[in-house]
Write a protein that binds this ligand. Structure first.
Ligand SMILES: NC(=O)c1ccc[n+]([C@@H]2O[C@H](COP(=O)([O-])OP(=O)(O)OC[C@H]3O[C@@H](n4cnc5c(N)ncnc54)[C@H](O)[C@@H]3O)[C@@H](O)[C@H]2O)c1
Length: 252
């Protein structure tokens, strides 16, 4: 691995206060990029900034909600006119709510964060990437992009839909040298459990069947390595791909 593969690049990483986003921000910064991390959780983001500083890693941290256009614009402005890498990592679960038990607020928030937020931020960075001659967008999707057994209706829908957006960007902006790829993790040890606690007994019964073949949970850096590679020039011919990083769960 080239440990300096992102030297001279500027990278935005969302969800940087926890889990996969934190690991991605740390890895990409250690590999040379100037990282601008963002998260809606201000106190956790400040903790991460301090942890990075203790490790000798500098990253700019911006408190921002990716579902809000004004906050997305503020984030992109903080990163500057030339952004090479966007890692769309922030996301939330849906309490495993199946359709008949689903409330409108859960649906709206999950779609807002997992799909509309990715759209807003990707849309915001595209003109700069095009003007600079290219860039790389990596979006964290999920095993729930492939099937219905590991989440509720909102999360599964959002993670299927975001693959369409990833491929749209790949096809329409590939000729302008902007690459767009998705990483599909299986279970990962992160903080997402707060929105993953099941609120439906029926849904959990169904989900347990799908989870019977689930490998052990991964650590966040095992996903960050894949994100970093897809964002790097080493993956220069990879565009529109959905890369599973699930220990083989999808192969079951
Ligand atoms: N943990 C898993 O098992 C797993 C599996 C598959 C996919 N994923 C996906 O990985 C991604 C990262 O999740 P994680 O597991 O690291 O979870 P996490 O909860 O540890 O981290 C997600 C971060 O996103 C932030 N966030 C949420 N809404 C936001 C918003 N509107 N604006 C800005 N930041 C926001 C949260 O505050 C949190 O810090 C998500 O897209 C998730 O769907 C996770």
């Amino acid at each position: 691995m080239d440990s300096h593969r992102h030297t001279g690049k500027v990278a935005i990483v969302t969800g940087a206060a926890s889990g996969i986003g934190r690991a991605t921000a740390l890895r990409i910064a250690q590999e040379g990029a100037r990282v601008v991390g963002c998260d809606v959780n201000a106190s956790a983001l400040e903790d991460v900034r301090a942890q990075f500083a203790d490790l000798g890693v500098h990253a700019t941290m911006v408190i921002a909600d990716i579902t809000r256009q004004d906050e997305v614009e503020r984030l992109v402005h903080a990163a500057g006119p030339h952004i090479d890498i966007l890692a769309n990592v922030a996301g939330i679960m849906d309490h495993f709510l199946p359709l008949a038990e689903l409330d409108d607020a859960t649906w709206a928030r999950v779609i807002d964060v997992n799909l509309t937020g990715v759209m807003r931020l990707s849309r915001a960075v595209l003109p700069g990437m095009e003007a600079a001659g290219g860039g790389a967008i990596v979006t964290v999707a999920s095993e729930a992009s492939l099937g219905a057994g590991c989440a509720g209706a909102s999360y599964t829908s959002s993670k299927h839909a975001v693959i369409g957006l990833v491929k749209h960007i790949a096809y329409f902006y590939g000729p302008k040298h902007v690459r767009s790829n998705a990483v599909l993790p299986g279970a990962v040890n992160t903080g997402i459990g707060a929105t993953a606690d099941p609120r439906s007994r029926w849904a959990m019964e169904r989900a347990m069947l799908a989870m019977a073949t689930m490998p052990d949970a991964a650590e966040p850096d095992q996903i960050a390595t894949v994100i970093s590679w897809l964002a790097s020039d080493e993956a220069s011919n990879v565009n529109g791909a959905c890369v599973t990083a699930d220990g083989g769960w999808a192969a079951a």
